[in-house]
Design a protein around this ligand. Structure first.
Ligand code: FPP
Length: 236
């Protein structure tokens, strides 16, 4: 790690829980259980490495189409982490924010989220974002509706709409754009994740399944990131 430039914000598409479980002859749910454990472990790894912002895609707006059994297992897992594992992280100075449409989640999950966000809002350690019921197109659609209302009632002039204005009206308000996006399990897709925010982000895809993506794998991703010549659209 010595001499490596650590990205300020790492975002992850945590794919491959199902394939990890299948390869071990376990039910899909067990892949998610192991995936959840890995999220908790990596929180502390990110903090140790000096990463400031860490964002994970836990449940997409499309994930509701999975079987009732799997959706329910994922919601049970999220409930458990929001009420215990992430609460512990909040006590360790981690700030937790949820991005996505919270109004589409069960009432008790919304309450857990509200408490966790409120309790951790002054924490200055790792800034941890969890995308739940998140889809980038949905986020942009919700934002447009809100801005449309403000234009209609005279609160916003269309001339005020700049790129910064748009960033400030997304769920990720106040969070810098990711420097590095990691996708585990090999697919080369964005899957409706942070479309606006990833405009200049470096991508790293590995065939490793999410439950096996540990500290060494994260360091490998950071090493690959260090070899990139980052450009912001400017000719060099
Ligand atoms: C993708 O694997 C993963 C998900 C859809 C869910 C991610 C959820 C977790 C890691 C656990 C809970 C999260 C937190 C924050 C505690 P997949 O099922 O699509 O895998 P496959 O493509 O191999 O089938």
């Amino acid at each position: 790690m010595e001499g490596l430039k650590v990205p300020n914000h790492v975002a992850v598409i945590m794919d491959g829980n199902g394939r990890w479980a299948k390869a071990k002859g376990l039910p899909r749910k067990m892949g998610h259980v192991q995936g959840g454990k890995n999220v908790e472990e990596l929180l502390y790894v990110c903090d140790d490495l000096g990463i400031k912002y860490f964002t994970v895609y836990a449940f997409s707006t499309e994930n509701w189409k999975r079987s009732e059994d799997e959706v329910s297992a994922l919601m049970t897992l999220l409930r458990s982490y929001l009420s215990s594992g992430f609460k512990k992280a909040a006590k360790n100075n981690v700030r937790i924010r949820i991005i996505g449409d919270k109004s589409g989640l069960a009432g008790d999950i919304q309450d857990l989220i509200r408490d966790l966000e409120e309790d951790s809002k002054d924490n200055t350690g790792l800034q941890f974002q969890i995308a739940i019921n998140y889809g980038s197109r949905d986020e942009i659609t919700r934002m447009m509706r809100e801005v449309g209302k403000k234009i209609k009632n005279g609160e916003v002039d269309p001339e005020d709409i700049t790129e910064d204005f748009i960033s400030d009206n997304l769920d990720t308000k106040g969070i810098p754009d990711p420097d590095l996006l990691i996708r585990t399990s090999g697919e080369l897709r964005l899957s409706n994740f942070l479309l606006w925010q990833l405009a200049y982000t470096e991508f790293y895809v590995t065939s490793t399944h999410w439950p096996d993506f540990d500290k060494d794998e994260l360091i490998k991703a950071i090493e690959a990131y260090n070899k990139r010549d980052r450009r912001y659209g400017n000719a060099k």
